[in-house]
Design a protein around this ligand. Structure first.
Ligand code: BTN
Length: 317
């Protein structure tokens, strides 16, 4: 009942809800309502109580439990099922284990990861309550070759959500999110394929929200949302990212329109028009980034004038 009381307060954040309304809705006594409100306050929620008006939720602590996320989500499939951990090795690894029997849109989220995985076998620093570490299980009816589009959609949803929260974030192709040219979010997509169809995709999203100390090896290239001066709540970021993701994902699955995705990737790109380095086989070559084509590939022009389409790989600014 405490969770249900909290759900009502969250749904009406900023507005007074009378004790009478809560007691009738949950079929509990007024004193039981008061007891639950007290317990919720003790967990760090700021609630104003005014005689004859009731209770108003003013602010909530930065917690991410499943029920709280669900109560804020506007989605239909993404996040219908949320599996929450205080700690786990990697949300992607767990999601892969349960993917076959899970329904599309299931989310695995953890307060920390002890073996967070990055792309190319790298480690993803995932310290407790500093970031968002989540994996989304998807079962799209698309060709395996088109799976990179889903990763781009994830990048777009993070960047659009952050922009809505007034954070000036951009995408560094293929799908790193940057603030002030430093990486704040990475995406690791893993999938299981059967001949010409996708069995499942596990879309892992890691966002540095409050991290202030980065290890020596990454401190010049990594940052967090807080480090760049934005003090945001993880819950607000997660719910906006998932709302954005569902809209873009369902639009794409229904229309298969890659051009719309490519246009958005261009709009939010940190690279278009810039001089960059293309890193291939331990070698880096100077090039100008000129476009992102319909397939989501990066078009670059090298110093000798030749124009190339990059399908995958790494670039740096
Ligand atoms: C990258 O190298 O840029 C990708 C980083 C992806 C990190 C996320 S955190 C949640 C999910 N679980 C993992 O182990 N990795 C991804």
């Amino acid at each position: 009942m405490k969770e249900k009381t909290l759900k009502i307060l969250l749904e009406n954040k900023g507005e007074f809800i009378s004790g009478e309304y809560i007691s009738e809705k949950l079929n509990i006594s007024r004193s039981a309502v008061w007891k639950h409100i007290k317990a919720i306050k003790d967990e760090g929620y700021a609630i104003e109580s005014v005689t004859k008006k009731g209770y108003k939720l003013i602010d909530y602590p930065d917690v991410m439990e499943s029920e709280i996320i669900k109560s804020k989500l506007k989605t239909n499939i993404i996040g219908k099922e949320i599996i929450y951990f205080e700690t786990i090795d990697s949300t992607n690894d767990y999601a892969k284990k349960i993917a076959k029997k899970s329904s599309e849109g299931t989310i695995v989220i953890s307060e920390e990861q002890t073996k967070g995985k990055g792309r190319m076998g790298r480690f993803w620093h995932s310290s407790k309550k500093d970031g968002i570490y989540m994996s989304i299980i998807l079962k799209p009816d698309i060709l395996p070759n088109d799976a990179p589009i889903i990763t781009q959609i994830a990048g777009l949803s993070v960047v659009k959500a952050l922009n809505k929260l007034n954070v000036d974030a951009k995408i560094k192709w293929p799908n790193d999110i940057l603030i002030n040219n430093k990486k704040v979010c990475g995406i690791l997509t893993e999938m299981s394929i059967e001949i010409d169809r996708i069995d499942y995709i596990v879309l892992g999203i890691g966002i540095n929200v409050k991290t202030l100390d980065f290890s020596e090896d990454i401190k010049n290239i990594a940052t967090s949302i807080l480090k760049e001066g934005y003090n945001l709540n993880r819950l607000d970021i997660i719910t906006l990212v998932l709302d954005e993701f569902e809209n873009l994902y369902l639009d794409y699955i229904n229309t298969k329109n890659k051009q719309i995705i490519a246009n958005m990737c261009k709009e939010y790109s940190a690279l278009i028009g810039k001089d960059i380095y293309v890193i291939q086989f331990n070698d880096r070559k100077r090039a100008k980034c000129i476009d992102i084509n319909k397939e989501g590939n990066l078009i670059v022009q090298y110093e000798d004038g030749s124009i190339k389409e990059l399908i995958s790989g790494e670039v740096s600014i």
